[in-house]
Write a protein that binds this ligand. Structure first.
Ligand SMILES: [Fe+2]
Ligand SMILES: [Fe+2]
Length: 193
C-alpha cells in the first residue's frame, strides 16, 4: 500500500485495544506534529504560492484532526496527556540531507512528510479494519482517506519542485530506509509504535 515495503503485524491492533487512552493521546500529538510540519514547510518555501495555498489547507485539516481526537478523548472521560515523542519519526528524520542545497532540502522534507502520511495511512487502515470499537473504526477509516490525500500532495510537490533532483531515486531510497526503521516497531500502543 502506497509503496510501503513492510506491512504492520495485525497483532499491533490488539496492543492498541488494550490501551485506548494512550493511543488517543499519542494520536492527538501526531496530528499536532503534522500541522506544525506543514507550517514549517510553508515557512521555508514561502515563494511557491501553490504550495503555500495547499499546505495551508493541509495544516488546517491536521489541526481539525487534532481537534477531532481531542473531542473523542473528552467524550470518553479522558484528559489529553502530555506531548508524546515519536521515535519512528525521529529515526526517519535522519534520512534527510541537511547539508544539501535548498531544493534538495525541500524535496527531502516533502518526501519525509509523504512517508509519514503513507505509514499513518497504513496504520489507520489496519485500525479501521480490525478494531472492535465501532466509533473508532469509522473514525480511522475517514482519517485514512484524508491522510492518503496528504501523501499525494507531498509527493506531487516533491516532483514539481525537484526538477533538478532525481526525486524517484530519492523516494526509493527513503522507502528502503523506512522498511529498516519500521522493522523494530509494531509493538506498542502508539500510532507509529
Ligand atoms: Fe491528520
Ligand atoms: Fe496528514
Amino acid at each position: 500500500m502506497l509503496g510501503l515495503k513492510l506491512a504492520t503485524d495485525p497483532r499491533w491492533v490488539n496492543i492498541v485495544e488494550s490501551n485506548i487512552e494512550e493511543i488517543l493521546t499519542d494520536h492527538a500529538w501526531c496530528e499536532q506534529k503534522a500541522a506544525t510540519n506543514a507550517i514549517t514547510i510553508i515557512t521555508l518555501n514561502s515563494e511557491h504560492t501553490d504550495l503555500v495555498t495547499e499546505l495551508l489547507e493541509l495544516a488546517k485539516e491536521e489541526l481539525e484532526h487534532f481537534q477531532m481526537v481531542h473531542e473523542i478523548i473528552k467524550k470518553r472521560g479522558y484528559t489529553l496527556g502530555r506531548e508524546r515523542k515519536d521515535s519512528y519519526v525521529n529515526e526517519l528524520y535522519k534520512f534527510m540531507n541537511k547539508g544539501g542545497n535548498r531544493v534538495q532540502s525541500m524535496v527531502d522534507r516533502l518526501l519525509f512528510s509523504a512517508m509519514i502520511e503513507a505509514r499513518s495511512c497504513e496504520r489507520f487502515k489496519l485500525l479501521s479494519k480490525r478494531i472492535k470499537d465501532p466509533e473508532l473504526s469509522k473514525f480511522y477509516h475517514d482519517l485514512m482517506i484524508s491522510e492518503a490525500g496528504h501523501y499525494t500532495t507531498f509527493l506531487k510537490f516533491a516532483r514539481q519542485y525537484g526538477q533538478d533532483v532525481d526525486v524517484d531515486t530519492r523516494w526509493k531510497e527513503l522507502i528502503e530506509f523506512e522498511a529498516k526503521v519500521i522493522q523494530n516497531y509494531g509493538k506498542s500502543e502508539t500510532i507509529h509504535g
